[in-house]
Ligand binder design. Sequence first.
Ligand code: CP
Ligand code: NVA
Length: 310
Amino acid sequence: MEKMKKNKKDFLTLLDYSNEEINYLIKLTEDVKKNGDKYCKILKNKNIALLFDKPSTRTRISFEVGINQLGGKCLVLDSKTMQIGRGETYSDTAKIFNSYLDGVIIRTFKQESIETIAANCDIPVINALTDKYHPCQILSDLFTLYENDLLFKEGMKFVYMGDSNNVLSSLLIGFTKLGIDITVGCPQKYEPDKELMDSLKAISKKSGNKIKIINDPILAAKDADVIYTDVWVSMGDEESTQKTYDLKPYQINKNLISSAKKDVKIMHCLPAHRELEITSEVLDSQNSIVWVQAENRLYTQKALLTFLYS
Ligand code: CP
Ligand code: NVA
């Protein structure tokens, strides 16, 4: 029997998810984290593939473990050993995924590639990071803030510092959808994607959030409740000594965080390049919540799978 198209839901970008759905996922994560056993049959008889064209530690392991804990089976694929690596198209490959699998989780370069796969199959497709977005990471970030009673705290100042990349784009979407203000501290040269900023205007108008871009790192960090950073060179980007030089003043170090609130929480999606975008002194300090942020990837992704397959 043919699967009904209307039942298919993907997770390609948070732009496709409503404020209500994101809030639901945050609350569902809370229950998944507390009552894991309740969810152990959600993926019974389901085979889900992980296809990674870029390295991964957290995303790959947390999805693999999460699928197992939900009672499903997981296949880890590598495009280099598949016919995609020899030029078979994404759309043809998607039709094959559709024949054998119940879902596919993909980390690749172009957002268009996962969109093509999603458009050519009836099974859920999950974005495990592209050059453009990293929505799974942001679910964990939002949940971690929620768990720390920060997400909906009146006047909470959240600052993202550094390179405007896939993680920042997804943070901007998530915060805007939820109506939460966000400050970006970065050099003028590395400000967020203009097309994305324009598309967020209409959502901001409805949700009431404000996005501030501040080119002075100390001013950006001033009185912050949370400071978040990510690598300066993302996977697939070219190393640039000029960029490292330009971003140096935005490094998360003791001096920078001294202008934030005393109990400022430090976040990083990891992997960290110690002594580049963040010092070990800060990453390993009492203020850092990066390890629980990473652990929460497991629970948020189990909640996402529960949402997609229930
Ligand atoms: N934060 C994150 O996605 O980590 P990995 O690249 O290790 O999956
Ligand atoms: N911006 C980083 C995130 C890694 C999880 C990258 O794309 O490499």
